[in-house]
Design a protein around this ligand. Structure first.
Ligand SMILES: NC(=O)C1=CN([C@@H]2O[C@H](COP(=O)(O)OP(=O)(O)OC[C@H]3O[C@@H](n4cnc5c(N)ncnc54)[C@H](OP(=O)(O)O)[C@@H]3O)[C@@H](O)[C@H]2O)C=CC1
Ligand SMILES: Nc1nc(=O)c2c([nH]1)NC[C@@H]1CN(c3ccc(C(=O)N[C@@H](CCC(=O)O)C(=O)O)cc3)C=[N+]21
Ligand SMILES: [Mg+2]
Length: 283
């Protein structure tokens, strides 16, 4: 028996159809969603993501700006740019591509983005609101994971979810969202001694580690839902997840491919956050 594929690309396309309808309505009220993406330096991987974000804006009819700053730019210059966009009414979302060059403090930059325009959901106030359960712009990759589960009929409520990874960008917020969806959540990390045993107790296994093909079939409970957030570039240039896809295919009930799984959802949820921010600007 082979696992069912969770087709992130298809699900992402259908969410984009829904977004387009909302954009039409908003435009009739005189508002066009606007997103600014700021890239410092010339990291080739970041270039690809930034291009994908600009393409998504074009497809959905958003106003979009991409600002490319040289790697030597100062923290002060970047802060000034953010201040400018914080005050600009046609811009509803500001995203500063991470990682930043080492001489710029990531925290200072994230804190400077207006919480109203924090479409990444990385600002401390957004994180706090997520934790409390108040309305917030949710981090894109974690909310993409939840959408994948819900739209394949895998409601987390009452399930045991095991998350491997505890970063502020993926592991922690996805754990909090799963909890909010009434899953029982276990969070594992590099100091967890018995990973395969922990993982194999999961009804829903979310892997966000950054180690290619870490998760093998022995880690997966028969029929479990496996969500692979990992994006690793192999020496041959191919993308590969944190899950050994071919190995788990005959044990898992559902599995996301890489590419074509969580990745496209991240960008679509960014578009959804920008829409939400634009809608809020009216009220
Ligand atoms: N598809 C998408 O849209 C996105 C994909 N990604 C990808 O997801 C992956 C994770 O990203 P991110 O969370 O930012 O990564 P980080 O490096 O920030 O965090 C990795 C986490 O995994 C844990 N970890 C590392 N090695 C092991 C191990 N051998 N066993 C168990 N736990 C381990 C770390 O533990 P500890 O805390 O103890 O160090 C840490 O909590 C990467 O491949 C990244 O490229 C990221 C963002 C978006
Ligand atoms: N401030 C900030 N916000 C981010 O959300 C952010 C960031 N910085 N830095 C880098 C990570 C990574 N990330 C991805 C986005 C899209 C794909 C994506 O579209 N992936 C496609 C394929 C892409 C390809 O072919 O290279 C897929 O998995 O099918 C992946 C990863 C967002 N990130
Ligand atoms: Mg990180």
């Amino acid at each position: 028996m082979s696992a069912q594929l969770i087709e992130g690309k298809k699900i992402s396309d259908s969410i984009r159809e829904e977004i387009i309808l909302e954009v039409e309505k908003l435009k009739q009220k005189g508002v066009t969603p606007g997103l600014v993406v700021i890239l410092v330096g010339e990291d080739p991987a970041s270039q690809v993501y930034v291009r994908n974000k600009a393409k998504a804006c074009e497809q959905l009819g958003y106003y979009s700006e991409v600002v490319r700053l040289p790697a030597e730019s100062t923290e002060q210059e970047l802060l000034q740019l953010i201040e400018r966009y914080n005050g600009q009414d046609n811009v509803h979302g500001i995203l500063v591509q991470l990682p930043l060059p080492k001489h710029i403090h990531e925290k200072a930059i994230i804190d400077a983005i207006s919480v109203h325009k924090d479409v990444d959901g990385f600002h401390p106030e957004s994180v706090g609101n997520l934790m409390i359960g108040d309305d917030a712009l949710l981090p894109c990759t974690p909310s993409g994971v939840i959408e994948l589960l819900k739209r394949t009929g895998n409601d987390p409520a009452g399930k045991h979810a095991v998350v491997i990874g505890r970063s502020n960008i993926v592991g922690k917020p996805v754990s909090m969202l799963l909890l909010r969806e009434n899953a029982t959540v276990t969070i594992c990390h590099s100091r967890t001694p018995n990973l395969p045993e922990m993982a194999s107790q999961a009804d829903i296994l979310v892997v966000a580690v950054g180690v290619a093909k870490l998760v093998k079939k022995e880690w997966v409970k028969p029929g479990a839902v496996v969500i692979d957030v990992g994006m690793n570039r192999l020496p041959d240039g191919k993308l590969c997840g944190d899950v050994d896809f071919d190995d788990v295919l005959n044990v898992a009930g559902w599995v996301t491919p890489v590419p074509g799984g969580v990745g496209p959802m991240t960008i679509t949820m960014l578009m959804a956050n920008t829409l939400k921010s634009a809608q809020r600007s009216l009220s």
